[in-house]
Design a protein around this ligand. Structure first.
Ligand code: B3K
Ligand code: ZN
Length: 893
């Protein structure tokens, strides 16, 4: 590393300057070859009329490109008219308006970072967001420079019959030496990060969609021939998303064609390039034999997410990368509401909140914590975080709820109309909502500028004589790297009150009863002060508060519920989310009891647990009126990750063994309630990925999970039978997982057999092989690390493919706490080895793998020391990428 690079520089929001030049037209010719692809860029540049003064030099971004020639207005430049360095091409004294032609050469085949133009198996493809375009040609690679693109792709006709780029195909034909070309034109101005090309030997399925204004759009999904039978679900999801966006936001699609291409090697889930979305195969392909229910749902939501970006991201884009959540938070909100509408809203909400409360809260509490609109970054790729995406989504959700559906829609209409074709900021988004609704959202914007998860401490008292209930809420927020002190947040707390017979009417003292909804049992309290008291009157008995309904704000709420309160909420609350949350809190308390016993050194073999949890679960199992998916969720204990996040110090072994002991106790106590659920399930019924069928399967497989803990030979047999007979991947994988996790001696041989059988059956299906790796990398069996090390050498593993790295390495580190955190520190060393290797080949993936190590301060001393040691080891690496440097140095700071 050169001295200049020793400490990469942080980019600051406060330094933002508008571009000095604009690019009206961009013409690219990309002549594809594995090692020397020639890219000719012809740019029509002119000085930005909004900028006065200006520099005598203009730097165009460019990295890892070999310069062949550079000319202005057709005249080749002399050596003293430009400068070339690691960051780009600097023109000395450029004219006010000119045409720049650059010819450069790049090496897609050796591009292992999968950023820019690269090769995925036999296919050329691109990933330009955030700053990959500068690895293709010299450019003003920043989102506030928007240009009209025309792209010609030239490639060998036999090997690459399909040539795609953004927009509409305007010309194609043959070229010399068995090559051919295609020219695409995109009439919509866009930033370079939305540019894409694909060249390969692909097949496609086709459909059409008629927009609300009557225009016909061709829809195509391109895949390798072997996957052509796995595209229908993505196509259906796309059409549903297109219709939904018209109905819900009044947004229709704008080009004549919309294309999706699936590639095997991809750093993320997918990318919303204008008119040409590029997807990780894992987010497009779905078929019942190979894809789980969760996989089907993921395809639906990612297809919708990328499609929705056409408006929230492409038509209205970000001014700079500090505004990333402007498009990501909003688009996640859009896809989450879409998925809720397509399936069960409560189930979707519970699933999303689970991720938020474990992984995002943990990020917000660690060294990488940053505001939803960050103030600074070293490497923007590190900021595609859960905070930007899902905390950003929660912010938009709060805004939508504060305004109500009509005003929110009025606000989004105004936002899209006012800023169509522009690159804007989160301030502009909020201003549109303010202007449309007349609401003042000044304080609300603290959610964008302050990191950290707010804490709410709730206390109450009931004045029997007056029939009054006093609810006091205090808010606070712990320090985070960008700031030690926080201004109060504007927090909507949706709530109700329960009496022994159910919901009680709410009347705030001195106010008219609930003005907006007409439902007098539900209210949204708006916190704006550090502490506020709300007094409810006319209450005949001491109520139990139901707080933060539907998780109305991304906060940690503390209220001292008794176990009887929680049982009441679990069975009586009108809010499905709060019923689920009460079940989690009750279970967490019971797990806590067992942890206390574990820490006293007691044997957990036949531990007794609070009968109330058993009774509450039994009631859920016996109540046929309940949504089965919700029952399955409520009967699943809080995850180890959630329990760890809640604690001040994460005691991995205590959490794991106590939680397992509670599961075993529940299995024994509820065996006779669980058995019929499993036995009565009809395994021969045809597969459908509908919400109802997914619910049936999840409840049945949840029952199997508990029953397998009994170690009864008959159940192990049944599990094996399920594995053999399953007509879908959800059931096959669930049975395989149960066999792998079983501690029964009889399961041993079956486990080995099933794993071998599964691999043999699916070795040609990369996405199924990923599942096979994941089952083994996340097993709680004590030989997991040994197995994972053996799998690294297995032909199934490909050390350069992000999906394989995620399935084996990331899953082990993130979803197998008991084995990753072994006291020897071996798990950490294993992870660090991969990080150091990937630092050289794929820095984005390397930096992402660091996440579990960034949490080192949360662990007891021995583990903390070992994690620290590996972070130091990584930091000492002489050639550290910016990506890894930023995460490691912030973690150690
Ligand atoms: N916008 C892309 C993310 C690109 C990440 C680049 N490092 C996917 C999405 O959020 O839709
Ligand atoms: Zn997105």
């Amino acid at each position: 590393m050169s001295a200049r690079d020793a400490q990469p520089r942080a980019i600051q929001l406060k330094d933002y300057q508008p571009p000095e030049y604009l690019i009206d037209q961009t013409h690219l010719t990309i002549d594809l070859e594995d090692h020397n692809t020639r890219v000719t860029g012809t740019l029509k540049l002119r000085r930005n009329p909004d900028i006065s003064g200006g520099e005598a030099e203009l730097t165009l971004h460019g990295q890892e490109i070999k310069l062949i020639s550079v000319a202005i207005d057709g005249k080749p430049l002399d050596k003293d008219q430009y400068r070339l360095d690691d960051e780009g091409l600097t023109l000395r004294n450029p004219p006010e308006q000119f045409e720049l032609e650059t010819v450069g050469e790049i090496d897609p085949k050796n591009n292992t970072a999968l950023d820019g133009l690269y090769k995925s198996r036999n296919l050329y493809c691109t990933q330009c967001e955030a700053e990959g375009f500068r690895k293709i040609t010299w450019y003003l690679d920043r989102p506030d420079v928007m240009s009209e693109f025309t792209t010609t792709i030239v490639a060998d006709k036999k090997r690459f019959p399909t040539l795609l780029s953004n927009g509409n195909l305007i010309e194609q034909g043959d070229a010399e030496k068995g090559r051919h070309f295609a020219t695409w034109h995109d009439p919509f101005k866009k930033p370079a990060y939305l540019f894409a090309v694909v060249a390969g030997d692909l097949e496609h399925i086709e459909d059409k969609f008629v927009t609300q204004s009557g225009r016909e759009v061709t829809l195509r999904i391109f895949v390798e021939g072997k996957d052509i039978d796995k595209c229908d679900h993505a196509m259906l999801s796309l059409k549903n998303a297109m219709r939904w966006d018209e109905d819900t936001y009044g947004r229709e699609y704008d080009l004549d064609i919309f294309m999706v291409v699936a590639v095997d090697d991809f750093n993320m889930g997918a990318m919303e390039n204008k008119g040409l979305n590029i997807f990780n195969t894992s987010c497009v392909l779905a078929k019942q034999e190979t894809t789980t229910d969760a996989g089907f749902q993921r395809v639906e939501s990612v297809v919708a997410h990328e499609y929705f970006h056409n408006w929230s991201g492409n038509r209205v884009t970000c001014r700079d990368w500090f505004q990333l959540s402007l498009k990501e938070g909003f688009t996640v909100y859009r896809d989450a509401t879409f998925s809720a509408d397509m399936g069960s809203p409560t189930v979707k909400r519970v699933e999303d909140v689970s991720v938020l409360r474990t992984a995002q809260f943990s990020e917000d509490d660690g060294p990488m914590a940053h505001p939803v609109r960050p103030d600074s970054y070293i490497e923007i790729s590190n900021f595609y975080t859960l905070t930007i995406y899902i905390k950003g989504c929660e912010i938009v959700r709060m805004l939508a709820n504060l305004l109500g559906p009509e005003l929110f829609r009025k606000g989004t209409d105004l936002y899209f109309d006012r800023h169509d074709g522009e690159a804007v900021t989160t301030e502009d988004f909020v201003a549109a909502l303010e202007d449309a609704s007349g609401r003042d959202l000044t304080q609300f914007k603290n959610w964008y500028s302050q990191a950290g998860t707010p804490r709410l401490e709730v206390t109450d008292h009931y004045d029997e004589a007056a029939g009054e209930y006093h609810l006091t809420i205090k808010q606070s927020c712990p320090p985070t790297p960008e700031s030690d002190t926080k201004k109060p947040f504007h927090i909507p707390v949706a709530m109700g009150l329960l009496g022994s017979a159910g919901s009680l009417p709410l009347k705030l003292k001195g106010e008219e009863p609930n003005p907006e909804t007409g439902d007098n049992t539900h209210q949204v309290l708006e916190l704006t002060e550090p502490e506020q008291t709300f007094v409810f009157e006319g209450l005949p008995e001491k109520p139990v508060p139901s707080l933060l309904r539907d998780f109305s704000a991304p906060v940690k709420l503390k209220y001292d519920y008794s176990r009887d309160d929680l049982m009441l909420l679990m069975s009586q609350d009108s809010d499905g989310f709060c019923r689920w949350d009460a079940s989690q809190q009750l279970a967490a308390q019971v797990i806590d009891d067992v942890m206390a016993a574990y820490n006293r050194g007691e044997d957990l073999g036949s531990v007794e647990i609070d009968q109330r949890l058993i009774d509450a679960y039994r009631r859920l199992l016996q109540d046929e009126s309940l949504d089965k998916a919700m029952v399955a969720l409520m009967l699943s204990l809080p995850s180890e990750a959630y329990l760890g996040e809640q604690a001040d110090e994460i005691q991995v072994e205590a959490i794991h063994h106590s939680r397992e002991a509670v599961r075993v106790a529940l299995a024994k106590a509820l065996a006779e309630d669980l058995r019929p659920i499993y036995q009565q399930y009809d395994h021969s019924k045809p597969y459908k990925p509908s919400a109802d069928d997914i619910a049936d399967r999840s409840l049945k497989n949840m029952a199997l999970g508990y029953l397998m803990l009994l170690n009864e030979p008959a159940i192990i047999e049944a599990c094996e039978q399920q594995y053999r007979d399953a007509n879908n991947m959800t059931d096959a994988l669930s049975a395989l997982t149960q066999l792998v996790e079983s501690t029964a001696p009889e399961a041993q041989a079956k486990r080995e057999w099933a794993l071998a059988d599964f691999y043999e059956r699916w070795e040609d299906e990369p996405l199924v092989v990923d599942q096979w790796l994941r089952v083994q990398s996340t097993t709680k069996q004590s030989d997991a690390l040994e197995k994972v090390r053996a799998l690294e050498k297995h032909p199934a593993f490909d050390r350069n493919n992000p999906n394989k790295i995620r399935a084996l390495v990331a899953a082990f580190a993130n979803a197998n706490a008991i084995n990753f955190h072994v006291p020897s520190g071996e798990g950490y060393g294993f992870l660090a080895d991969h990080i150091l290797r990937l630092n050289r080949t794929n820095p984005q993936i390397a930096a992402r793998l660091l996440t579990p190590l960034t949490r080192w301060r949360k662990y007891p001393e021995e583990q903390r020391k070992q994690m620290h040691l590996q972070l130091e080891r990584i930091k000492a690496e002489p050639k550290l990428s910016k990506d890894v440097y930023e995460v490691v140095s912030k973690s150690l700071a």
